[in-house]
Design a protein around this ligand. Structure first.
Ligand SMILES: *Cc1c(COP(=O)(O)O)cnc(C)c1O
Length: 461
């Protein structure tokens, strides 16, 4: 009887009927009527889709109205906080870097009113929005000049379009990477109007490969940080220094897309060596690009530092206008960079703090979380402390495993997948990770002031 579900759909209540059923509910007070209508329509559409997929339609107006109330009770705003219990410090889907208190303070301060965004107050003339971070970036990286755009993908696009449009860019085959989220180096090159000249092989590229490929059409030698993957075993790439020397000899500029790009030496806290931006600048690279919201721990932005004449060409490109950052980004970025200049970044930039937190301290937080559950609740959820590994995320340091402590949940009657489902729909939503049939709530990325709220959510499951 294929027609039956469709037939029954006619008996679904009308949108108006649902709206009338919920509009006087106290918990929906103040919610715009347009929103009630939209939500009622969504609930009915979802029911229609379910019915067409074979589930008998729910026709009871009271049940459907309750769904509208539940959906709206979560709040009228779509974007909101989530408790990150995945242990992935730079989780792209969860918004990557968490801003420092100073960055938030500056952001609110600047956003509240007018600001000297493009005014040179002393000279009484039009200024540049980039001036607010240029000095900091020059001092922190040792570069001659700096520019900031919307994100690092935009930074690479702008650089290629400005320096290599219609000409060749030489890249090692081992560095033709995809970062995820549709960022592929070959595609960006195409968009930037540059012609990709691949050299070497996936696992090995030598200086001679670059040297042989340089011709009259070569505009740029590009080195790309492999970010989220590693070639191990019989592998070789060309050190930045050698590439710089070759570029000098043959009069071709060298750019390095550092991806994450750190301003601090991560070896200081036992993490593997990653070239810092200042090291890459010191090695003589003409232009370096990196993200504002990966290891740097600031707002989403693409930072470009390098030689003045090259940066000047980027600044003059009309495309730059389309990629520019707003005052809120500048405010948060200036505050984040300031923490590096002041030497307080390790303590105040949440990304660095989370990456360096010792296991004992994370373990304490896991213990506190468990202690906030009553023994009956803990037993019902199968809660126990479990040691595991967290990840850096954001395409940075993919092979690094950070020892961590998690609250592990799941029983035969309340399996991990069900708990995961419910936690994602809780208010606030909680995202954990499932491993070996247990739902792990990794305490590395759970903040101390979220413990009570998380315990309340767990109690209400
Ligand atoms: C992450 C990354 C990008 C993209 O940076 P976004 O700031 O996310 O736009 C580009 N290149 C490399 C090497 C990266 O790791």
């Amino acid at each position: 009887m294929k027609a039956e579900p469709r037939e029954r759909l006619r008996e679904l209540p009308a949108v108006d009927q649902l709206v009338r059923a919920v509009e006087h509910r106290a918990e929906l007070h103040g919610i715009p009527r347009a929103r009630l209508t939209a939500c009622a329509r969504e609930v009915l559409d979802a029911e229609r889709r379910r019915a067409l997929a074979g589930t008998p339609a729910e026709l009871d107006a009271a049940v459907l109205a309750a769904r509208v109330v539940e959906a709206l009770a979560r709040g009228v705003f779509s974007l909101g906080p989530v408790i990150n219990a995945t242990g992935v410090v730079l989780h792209t889907a969860l918004g990557r870097a968490v801003l420092s208190p100073l960055a938030l303070e500056r952001l609110a301060h600047v956003g509240q009113g007018y600001a000297n965004l493009e005014i040179d107050l002393a000279e009484k003339k039009r200024g540049s929005r980039y001036s607010h971070v240029e000095g900091l970036l020059r001092r922190l990286t040792g570069a001659e000049d700096a520019l900031v755009v919307n994100n690092n993908a935009a930074a690479v696009l702008l650089a290629l379009e400005s320096l290599a449009r219609g000409r060749e860019v030489i890249v090692s085959r081992g560095e033709l990477i995809e970062i995820g989220g549709e960022f592929r180096i070959p595609d960006i090159m195409l968009r930037g109007g540059a012609v990709l000249r691949e050299v070497g092989t996936t696992n090995r590229t030598h200086l001679a490969d670059y040297a042989d490929a340089i011709g009259p059409d070569t505009a740029l030698l590009l080195k790309v940080h492999p970010s989220n993957y590693r070639v191990v075993g019989f592998a070789a790439d060309v050190p930045t220094r050698d590439l710089v020397e070759l570029g000098r000899e043959r009069n071709v500029p060298v750019m390095e897309d550092l991806g994450s790009g750190s301003l601090v030496d991560l070896r200081a806290v036992g993490l593997p060596w990653e070239p810092t931006v200042q090291e890459v600048v010191a090695s003589g690279v003409d232009l370096v690009s990196f993200s504002g919201d990966k290891l740097l721990g600031g707002p989403q932005a693409g930072l470009l530092v390098g030689r003045r004449p090259l940066v000047a060409r980027l600044k003059k490109n009309p495309l730059n206008r389309a990629l520019r950052i707003d005052k809120l980004t500048i405010a948060a970025l200036e505050a984040t960079l300031y923490a590096y200049e002041a030497g307080t970044a390790w303590e105040t930039v949440p990304t660095l703090r989370m990456l360096t937190e010792p296991l004992a301290s994370i373990r304490q937080r896991a213990d506190s979380l468990l202690a906030l559950l009553s023994p009956t609740q803990a037993e019902r959820l199968g809660a126990a402390i479990q040691e595991d590994q967290s990840q850096v995320g954001g395409g940075a340091l993919p092979t690094v495993e950070l020892p961590t402590a998690a609250l592990a949940l799941g029983t035969a009657t309340l399996p991990a997948s069900i708990l995961d489902d419910r936690l994602r729909r809780a208010a606030p939503p909680v995202m954990g990770r499932i491993k070996d049939d247990r739902l792990l709530l990794d305490c590395r990325t759970i903040f101390p002031d979220q413990l009570r709220e998380l315990a309340r959510v767990l109690t209400q499951l």
